[in-house]
Write a protein that binds this ligand. Structure first.
Ligand code: ASP
Length: 388
C-alpha cells in the first residue's frame, strides 16, 4: 500500500474501530496508548519513545527533528467531520499530532514541544520572540538536526519570514500548517506534517532559509503567501515560484532564495523582550489622513502602507504619512495588489519613506519591526528592504 493510501485509510480505520465517524476518536485513542510516553512518537511495534540523543542516545542514522507546536487548523477540531470552517483552531496538543502519524518514526527521531496553542491570528510579537528564541536554542544543540513548526495558516507567512530573519543556524526549519482541521474527512495536516519532517531531515534543506511546507510544495518564507481563504493549495510564491517539492518520498529542490536570511542576517533577537510598534494602513478611495494621525498617537514607530498599485498613496494619505515622517516615523510603501515589486522613488528618503521591494504589507511589517531594532536611518532601512 502506498503511503498516500495508508494515510487515507488511517482516519477511516480509526473511525471504524471506534465506532466513530470522526478523526478525533483516532487521535484520542492513539494519545491514550502513548500516555506513558514523555516524548512524542510512539511506534506501533516499539515501546521506545523518541527523544533527544543526549537523553536517550539513538543508534539509528535518522535525523533528530523537534516539532514545536503553536496551534492552528492543523491542531483544529470539530464534532462534525465535514466541517472545514466552523472548527476550533489550536484544540489538539503536539503529542496528539505526532501520535497520529507514526509513519514519521521511519524517517526521523521525532519529539515535540508545545510552545503555545492558538489560532494564528492571535500570534503576537511576544509569541514570535518566544518561538524564535526556543528555535535558536534547540538548533544550537548537536542533538537537534532540524525543526518543524506547526502553525495556523492565516499568519503563517509572517512567522516564517520573522524566523527567516532571526534564526542563527543553517539547519532546516520548516513551518507547516493545514487548511482542514484534524477532524475533517481528508484532513491535510497529517501528510503535511509527515512531509515537513521529511524536508527538515533532508540534507538538501540546509542553508535554504526558513521553509514552508503545505500541499507537497516547499516554499521560501521570503516569497510564499496565502492566496486563497479556504483552498488546500492556498500557499503560492506568485512571482518567484516554489523552491521545491516532495514527491513520492523524495525531496526535490529547484530554486534558491536570493535574499539574505538566517546565518547571513544581521537581525538578532537574543536580548530583545519586545519589538517596536509597526502598523499597517490600507489605501482606498476617499480615505482620510486620520488613521495616520491615530497610529502615530498610539505609538507607531513605523507604518506600512498597503498602497494602491505600485505603492501609491492618495494626497490625503500622503499628508498623514508625511506628517508622521516628520516625527521620525518610517513609512514603508508596500502594495495591496498581491504581487509585484514596489519600485523605489527618489522622493522617498526626504519624506522618511522606503519602498518594500516585493514584500507584501504583512511581511514588510515584520522586516520594518526588526529594522527599527537596529536603526532609524531611512537609507539604512531602505537597504534592508533591498537585501532581505
Ligand atoms: N484558518 C487558520 C488555519 O488555517 C486558523 C489559524 O490560522 O490558526 O490554520
Amino acid at each position: 500500500m502506498t503511503n498516500m493510501k495508508k494515510m487515507t485509510m488511517i482516519p477511516l480505520l480509526a473511525s471504524f474501530i471506534l465506532g466513530s465517524t470522526l478523526w478525533s476518536g483516532g487521535f484520542t485513542a492513539n494519545a491514550a496508548a502513548a500516555a506513558t510516553a514523555t516524548t512524542s512518537t510512539t511506534a506501533p511495534t516499539s515501546t521506545t519513545t523518541t527523544s533527544d540523543k543526549s537523553e536517550n542516545p539513538q543508534t539509528n542514522h535518522l535525523p533528530n527533528i523537534k516539532i514545536l507546536a503553536t496551534g492552528g487548523t492543523i491542531a483544529g477540531s470539530s464534532s462534525v467531520n465535514t466541517d472545514t470552517t466552523g472548527y476550533k483552531a489550536g484544540a489538539l496538543g503536539v503529542e496528539t499530532l505526532i501520535n497520529a502519524v507514526p509513519e514519521m518514526k521511519s524517517i526521523a527521531n521525532v519529539s515535540g514541544e508545545q510552545v503555545v496553542n492558538v489560532g494564528s491570528p492571535d500570534v503576537n510579537n511576544e509569541i514570535l520572540l518566544k518561538l524564535a528564541k526556543r528555535t535558536n536554542e534547540l538548533l544550537a544543540r548537536d542533538d537537534v538536526d532540524g525543526i518543524v513548526i506547526t502553525h495556523g495558516t492565516d499568519t503563517l507567512e509572517e512567522t516564517a519570514y520573522f524566523l527567516n530573519l532571526v534564526i542563527k543556524s543553517d539547519k532546516p526549519v520548516v513551518v507547516v500548517g493545514s487548511m482542514r482541521p484534524a477532524t475533517a474527512i481528508s484532513a491535510d495536516g497529517p501528510f503535511n506534517l509527515y512531509n515537513a519532517v521529511k524536508v527538515a531531515g533532508a540534507s538538501a534543506s540546509k542553508g535554504q532559509g526558513v521553509l514552508v511546507l503545505l500541499n507537497d510544495r516547499i516554499g521560501a518564507a521570503r516569497y510564499i503567501t496565502k492566496t486563497n481563504t479556504t483552498a488546500v493549495d492556498t500557499f503560492k510564491s506568485v512571482e518567484q515560484g516554489y523552491l521545491g517539492a516532495v514527491v513520492g518520498d523524495q525531496v526535490y529542490y529547484y530554486n534558491k532564495s536570493t535574499h539574505k536570511h538566517t546565518t547571513s542576517s544581521v537581525f538578532d533577537i537574543s536580548n530583545l523582550t519586545q519589538l517596536p510598534q509597526v502598523d499597517i494602513l490600507y489605501e482606498y478611495q476617499n480615505n482620510g489622513r486620520y488613521l495616520y494621525d491615530a497610529a502615530v498617537a498610539a505609538g507607531a514607530k513605523g507604518i506600512v502602507v498597503a498602497g494602491s498599485g505600485n505603492g501609491s498613496l492618495s494626497k490625503t494619505s500622503s499628508e498623514g504619512a508625511e506628517a508622521a515622517g516628520k516625527k521620525g516615523v518610517i513609512i514603508a510603501r508596500s502594495s495591496r495588489v498581491g504581487s509585484g515589486v514596489v519600485s523605489p522613488s527618489t522622493k522617498d528618503a526626504a519624506s522618511n519613506f522606503v519602498s518594500t521591494d516585493s514584500l507584501n504589507p504583512q511581511k514588510a511589517r515584520i522586516l520594518l519591526m526588526l529594522a527599527l531594532t537596529q536603526t532609524h536611518d531611512v537609507n539604512q532601512i531602505q537597504s534592508f528592504f533591498n537585501e532581505y
